[in-house]
Design a protein around this ligand. Structure first.
Ligand SMILES: Cc1ncc(COP(=O)(O)O)c(C=O)c1O
Length: 439
């Protein structure tokens, strides 16, 4: 072999040029996406014709990192951080992921305890267990958010954090909870899945605690199908959350560099958000102000027209101004009357829902968190339950938080819609008044 023929020695290149590869993502994928919209066949034909004539159509790069175009996920992070009023926002693929990344960033693991409310979506408690830590369930009060007095009672030497959930659009009692956390040196993880855009005493939810976790799944105030954000003012926690969310380390300025500080690198997971979700999230965040104004205007219209009898009370709000307005909760005097009012309101066409019925399973209420109550483990190591001495484990039972069950079983909630007209709100209020008058 004449070595001078090798390309490294100046010889001809054997494998160049190869033909340029078209993007795998092109017209067909774009039409599938466009097909997600409800549109007339006529409009669809016009779009198809337009795309067929475009010879320059190149496919998108849907991975946020190493992207030749400015990343939509990065843009969504910037917009969201500005909206929430924090220096750092990390886009992830769900709020469940955001919660795990938050607990992991805080260094929470086997033997640690995290206090969670007995009324929240199961994910808040399950993610504690998924981090090998132990969820300790505390009561909610008439705000339907954590009762600070019960949280104080549940703190042990193993408690590392309080997972504060701003349930059904309303802020939790942050002054009391933050003061307690400061006194006992605990982290506060805000679960803002159901209250994106809400505030407490002038500060956006997700900016008050140590870390905020948001859901952008389809049913939330802002959504991109599936998605979430983690927010924080703490640069080190942000670095560690990034590390957990992308163990491939694409997020690092120099991917293979050694740790810049002890604790930056560890075995994490992959919660990266795709550019598809990022693009939708950008458009949603831009509309947040419009949606929030709609919810709040419509809540106020209904509340102004509502005539509550003496034995019916509104859900207490820790900060009425900060409430998102996406729900209106009322308490009835007893369970029988609640069931009757709920049925009667539904019959009137009202978007009313009950919060607890002992006959109906619902993963928002702790008695149905069977994997936790029965201390299920994923592996023979028995974690998270084997992480603490048996006698130190919380005593779970279906009736461990009776006050929570009492409030939930007497509450009827109206789901307010942001796009209702004044007439819709008038109808909702008069339907509620009609039923409550007959109570
Ligand atoms: C309070 C709360 N936390 C966490 C989650 C989990 O969010 P995701 O579906 O984005 O994982 C939800 C979703 O319903 C929720 O309501």
């Amino acid at each position: 072999m004449d070595k001078s023929l090798l390309a490294v020695n100046g010889g001809p290149r054997a494998a160049a040029p190869l033909s340029p590869q078209p993007s795998k993502l092109g017209r067909e994928e774009l039409m599938e996406l466009i097909g997600l919209w409800e549109m007339s066949p006529d409009v669809r034909r016009k779009i198809e014709a337009l795309l067929a004539g475009d010879t320059a159509l190149r496919g998108p790069h849907l991975f946020r990192y190493y992207n030749p175009r400015p990343s939509k996920v990065a843009e969504a992070e910037q917009l969201f951080a500005r909206y929430i009023g924090v220096p750092h926002a990390l886009a992830v693929n769900s709020c469940t992921s955001a919660l795990i990344a938050a607990f992991r960033a805080l260094g929470i693991g086997a033997g640690d305890e995290v206090i969670v409310p007995g009324y929240t979506f199961f994910a808040t408690a399950a993610t504690v267990g998924a981090c090998n830590a132990i969820p300790v369930i505390a009561d909610v009060d008439d705000t339907l958010t954590l009762d600070p007095r019960d949280v104080a009672r549940k703190i042990t030497p193993r408690t590392k954090a309080i997972a504060v959930v701003h349930m059904r659009g309303a802020p939790a009692q942050m002054d009391e909870l933050l003061a307690l956390a400061r006194r006992r040196r605990l982290a506060v993880v805000e679960d803002v899945a159901q209250a994106c855009g809400g505030a407490y005493k002038g500060r956006m939810l997700g900016s008050l605690g140590t870390i905020g976790c948001f859901s952008f799944d389809y049913y939330k105030i802002l959504n991109c199908g599936e998605g979430g954000f983690l927010t924080t003012s703490d640069e080190w926690l942000f670095t560690r959350a990034q590390s957990w969310h992308d163990t491939a380390a694409c997020w690092r300025p120099n991917r293979y560099a050694t740790e810049r500080r002890e604790g930056e690198l560890f075995c994490g997971e992959n919660y990266r958000m795709s550019e598809l979700q990022g693009a939708v999230a950008v458009a949603q965040i831009r509309q947040a102000g419009r949606f929030l104004k709609g919810y709040r205007t419509n809540r106020d219209r209904i509340l102004r027209a509502l005539k509550l009898p003496g034995n019916v009370a509104l859900r207490r709000l820790s900060d009425p101004k900060g409430d998102t307005g996406s729900t209106i909760g009322i308490y009835l005097p007893d369970v029988e009357k609640t069931k009757w009012a709920l049925q009667a309101m539904k019959a009137e066409g009202l978007p009313a829902g009950g919060l607890y019925d002992a006959q109906v399973k619902d993963w928002h209420i702790y008695p149905y968190w069977e994997h936790i109550l029965a201390r299920k483990a994923v592996a023979p190591d028995g974690l998270p339950w084997s992480g603490a001495p048996r006698r130190a484990l919380p005593k779970y039972s279906k009736d461990m938080c009776p006050r929570t069950l009492d409030y939930l079983s007497r509450c009827v909630m109206i789901n307010v819609q942001w796009a209702w007209t004044a007439d819709d709100c008038r109808k909702v209020a008069s339907g509620m008044n009609k039923v409550l008058r007959a109570l």
